[in-house]
Ligand binder design. Structure first.
Ligand code: SF4
Length: 239
């Protein structure tokens, strides 16, 4: 594990990918059972229908006044990435750069998230990335419960349209926003939970990793569980 962690840290620093083995985890893990989304009787809509639904939601969010966060936004931040993705990441809310550009995870935390995605064996645009709230909270504060509740229908409809096999909740606020935990929950990260029929793994937010790089180890362990569940091997390590 120490060797894998070092490789991942090198990958995050230099853009390469770690040399890891996930096959053993897969063989032993109960996560090899079908995901809840896979087992769902709800048929997945076609790609064109999915994209059309998401376009409508994006336009609605851009004009939304359901909570006070609309008063300070430059642009609403709906999502980026692949609507057909098997893997989605859900963060907390937009920051300064996201608010300016109208795209999630484009600042330093976003750059780290992109390295995490590549280390997992995906391309940056292979996955779907969004937040619990679509408008930037002032001074990057944590979204208030009423703001999260007002915005939750967008996220519900997003994920219902995409039906990813796995969602990674980035940070405690995201996990709380999804209703998976509350403020008293201990051991909130690193365990599988189910949200509206979709398997969810909660882990630390990339912004937290920028401040606390020693926490890369547990995050990598969480991401390996996700890779095992999706049968995903990382790309070969760069030499
Ligand atoms: Fe609407 Fe969500 Fe923006 Fe609030 S944060 S104004 S609910 S889009």
């Amino acid at each position: 594990m120490a060797r894998e962690l070092l490789a991942w840290e090198e990958a995050l620093a230099g853009g390469g990918v770690p040399d890891v083995q996930v096959s053993a985890d897969r063989a032993e893990s109960p996560a090899m059972a079908p995901t809840a989304a896979e087992a769902s009787a709800e048929p997945r809509v076609g790609s064109a229908e999915r994209r059309a639904r998401l376009e409508v939601l994006t336009a609605e969010a851009a004009a939304c006044t359901r909570c006070d966060l609309h008063t300070g936004r430059t642009k609403s931040v709906f999502a980026r990435g692949n609507p057909d993705a098997e893997l989605a990441f859900v963060g907390e809310g937009p920051g300064y750069h996201e608010d300016q550009q109208g795209l999630p995870f484009v600042g330093k935390a976003g750059q780290l998230l992109d390295k995490m995605i590549v280390a997992m064996g995906y391309g940056r645009d292979d996955v779907y990335v969004c937040n619990v709230v679509k408008c930037r909270p002032p001074d990057n504060r944590t979204p208030l419960p009423n703001e999260t509740a007002a915005c939750l229908p967008y996220l519900e409809q997003q994920l219902a349209s995409i039906q990813p096999k796995v969602v990674v909740a980035l940070g405690r606020t995201a996990a709380q926003g999804l209703g998976l935990i509350d403020e008293t929950t201990r051991g909130w990260r690193g365990a599988w939970r189910t949200w509206n029929g979709i398997a969810v793994m909660s882990t630390y937010h990339p912004a937290f990793l920028l401040r606390s790089p020693e926490m890369k180890r547990p995050v990598w362990e969480d991401l390996q569980k996700v890779m095992a569940r999706l049968g995903k091997a990382p790309p070969p390590k760069k030499r």
